[in-house]
Every structure is written in structure tokens, then in C-alpha cells.
Design a protein around this ligand. Sequence first.
Ligand code: MSP
Length: 517
Amino acid sequence: MPSNQQSTYYVTTPIYYVNDEPHLGHLYTTVAADVLARHQRLSGIDTYFLTGVDEHGLKVQQAAEARGIAPIDLADEVVAHYRALWPKFSISNDDFIRTSSEHHKRGVAAMWNRLRDAGALYKGFYEDWYCVPCETYWTETQLKEHGEDGVCPDCRRSVEKVQEESWFFRLSDYQQPLLDYYAAHPDFIGPDSRRNEVMRFVEGGLNDLSVSRNTFTWGVPVPDDAGHVIYVWIDALTNYLSALGFPDEDAEAMRFWPADIHLIGKDILRFHAIYWPAMLMAAGLPLPKRIFAHGWWTVDGEKMSKSKGNALQPAQMLEQVDADVIRYFLLREVPFGHDGDFSFDALKRRYNSELANDLGNMVNRTLSMLHKYRGGVLGVVHAEQAEYRAWIADIEAMQQEVDAAINTQAFHLALERIHQVVRHGNRMVEESAPWRLAKQGDDDRLDSVLYHLVEGLRLVVLQLSPFMPSKCDQLMAQIMGERAGLEQNLTHHGGWGLLTVGHRCAEPVPVFPRMEL
Ligand code: MSP
């Protein structure tokens, strides 16, 4: 069963800026984190799944000004959209953090004080560039190295000149400690290509980081220096700890620190893999175990953008497709870590072939035959034939491999492996031809094949449930019949043979109707 023997698991998403509505990119990370959380819970592990919003900084302040409202009012509005959205996609977060909350601000101030007390902060003067959309500082040299003058190397929008008194974090002190840490912890950053990218960047040298601003106010005030607000990334990164109760070391949720994984997009890797670990080292706190950066989605071949108006909004996508199908597609279509292209056509093709045809068929055929020939009731298994031993072995291998794939964030491989078992099951139906056995009156073999199919399906659905929770609830209800609603988990129900003679399945109701292209 699950290889993961630890007792707690903590997974986070980035906290999303409230300058704008949720889009496909936000959904992607959140669904991936949800699958990790659900898979761990299924394995009996005490799990904490955090998501939330990043409310401070110049970008949000400017977005609010553009609408003529206060930043907190803009934040409240966007937060309401996030809170309404996540349940529609079965997102099972244990907490939703807002950086405007008092407990978060207290955590940020405590983090600041720890850094200051450790001698990691000093006051100086910042004179260089800033990209508001990315909330990132750039030096003149970095801008020159990356081409165009006056343009952010990351997002290609205009940077602005900043000249103001500022607090600095001694990031340059952490170049070697970070390189040593990456070397000693090869799994710290995933995928490997991103790890190499970060290492090359750090090897190139680190500048001290400006960590306060004194020309706007929408942020957490610097303790004992009220004219300054703390840099929004220092504020935001601290959410992963403040949500657990930091700085109260004995807050109950602090048992989840260090985080098992921070899931993020590739664009915010530098903040998570360089600034955050350096801050934690300076503050004398344990580092997260892993940071995984996924790729970006385009839509119909184009970059999503506000100006093009092609940013896919998850709530609107639901008008066309079921939430679980979107979840499945996002994690099945593109290896996690790669960029991908979203189109409804590709989604429908994949849905029709893997879910409507293969899985849907296996469930419908199996349960229909069980009802037609056996009144919905499982009979005695007589023969221990080689084909059944191979079927059980395939399912047990699948369980191991899915666990390993999910634990390395290779979601597409997990789904591919589950799908292989489904195809195996459909082949078994074809080859054993239960309709012929029924005609021949070969009840022993009929009962055996139907039992193996139903019990196999149950284990397939259990493994698939983190990916498609509500579809799998429906499938499980049909398989479990009157025993539906039994708490399902891999530790207690993941072994072969839970269903026994006399178990009655419910009538099949199609869960994956074909979609028109
Ligand atoms: N507030 C910061 C994160 C702070 S975490 C301590 C932030 N917010 S964001 O709202 O701009 O973006 C959040 C996430 O959305 C990032 O991980 C980013 O990679 C992801 N995406 C934005 N557009 C995306 C796509 N087109 N495709 C996939 N993910 C994308 O950054």
C-alpha cells in the first residue's frame, strides 16, 4: 500500500493576487494541490491543505485605485469569488488565508523581527527598477542583460524607477548556504530542469534584496518604522507559516511545518526557491521539503491575457463541461511541469475516448451484466484462474505505481496507469464474454468473472477518486450499493477482497455520457 509512512502532510498553493478574477492558471495549481491532499487523506495521513489570497502590494492598490474603491473592498469582492468557486471544483482546502487578516499580519511582523534580530536586515537606499505586475525588483544590469530597456525580463511590461529609503535583506549572505542546501537535497526543487535553472541563477551571485517601500501604504507596516510597508513577497511567503499559527510555536497546526510541498507556477520559482529558503535560514526555521513548479497553459495556442480577453474563467467553463472532467483533463493532458495548450476540442476528445468509452463502458457493462444475469448480486468465486491472478496483480501494481507517481507529482502517469487497468478490464470482458457464459449456463465462470470485474472496478475508482471526487462518489455508490457511504480509504479498503459473496450492487446509471465535439 502507500509507500508514504509519514504521519502528517502539508500542501500549499500560491496565494493569488486579488487584483483580478480567478482564471485557468489558478485553477490548475489548486486542482493539483487538491489531488495531492486527497490522495494523502485516502492513505490515512493527517493532511493540511492551504490556499488563499495575496491582498497587499502596489499592484492590488493600483487596481483598486483604477476602480475608485479601497483595496480592501476590491479584495473582499475577489475573495468572495474564490470562496464561491473552489467548492464547485470540489477543492477540499482546510484553510483559506487572507493576508489582510490580523493573524497573518502578526506572523509577518514576527518574521520581520526574527530577521532583524538575526542581523539579516539593514536600512539603506534603493535606486533601481521595479515591475508592478510581477512585484519584482530589477537592477539596471539585469534589465540590460535581458534585452530591452525599460521592460521587465519576466512579463515584458514597463518597469518603473524607484528611488527611496528601504530596508534590505542580506540575501547575498545566503548564496553558498543555498547552493549547499540544493546539493544536499536533490528533491528540494522539481522538476529537475527547474532545479538546474535555480542553481545556475544562484551561482551567478545574489544581491541583497529590498524588502520595504515607503511611498505607498497598502501592506504590513514595518515594526518600529511606521513609514515603511513590508515588501509584498516577504509578506506573502510568510502565509505558509502564519496560516499554521506562527509565531506561536505550540499552535496545534504548527505540527504540519515544514511543508511537504509548495506547488507553484514556473514564474514564481525564484521567490520560492531562493528568497523563501534564505529567509527561513536567517530566521532559524526549518525549510519546506519540496517546491514544484508547473508549466503554463495557453488557450487555443495563445497566451491568456486580459487585453485579448481570452483568459478562461473557471466558473464560465462549468457552463460547458463538468468540473471533474476539467480536473481530469488538466492533469491528464500535459505532464506536470510542462507547458500545455487548452482547448475544449482536445478536452472532449480525451473525455470521449478515456472516460465515456473506456471507463464508462467498463462500469456500465459490468453492472448491467451483473443485474441482467445475477440480479445485481455477487456470487461465489470458484476457480483461481491465471487470468484472474494476472488481473489482481495488475491492480496491485497499479496501486503502487499510482502512489509513486502522485508522490513525484507525475499526475499524467498516475492517470495513464489507471487507464491501463481499465483497458485490461475491458479486454477481460471481451475475452471471457459473460453473455456467452450466461447462455451456456456456466454459472461458476460467470460469477467468477463478474466478481473480478466489480472488485477491480472498486479499486480503480478508489485510486481515481482524488482526481474526480464527485464522479467517483457516483461510481462508488453504484458499486457499493447499500454499503455506499462507507468511509473509503486505501488503508482499510485498498486491499483486494472487500466485496464478498451476496454483495448487491446498485443499478448502473451512466456517469460519463458522450460529449458532442
Ligand atoms: N501572489 C503571487 C503568489 C504568492 S505565493 C506566496 C502570485 N499570484 S498570481 O495570482 O499572479 O499567480 C498565481 C499562480 O498562477 C502562479 O503560480 C502562476 O504560475 C499561475 N498562473 C498564472 N497564469 C498561468 C497560466 N497561464 N498557466 C498556468 N498557471 C499560471 O503570483
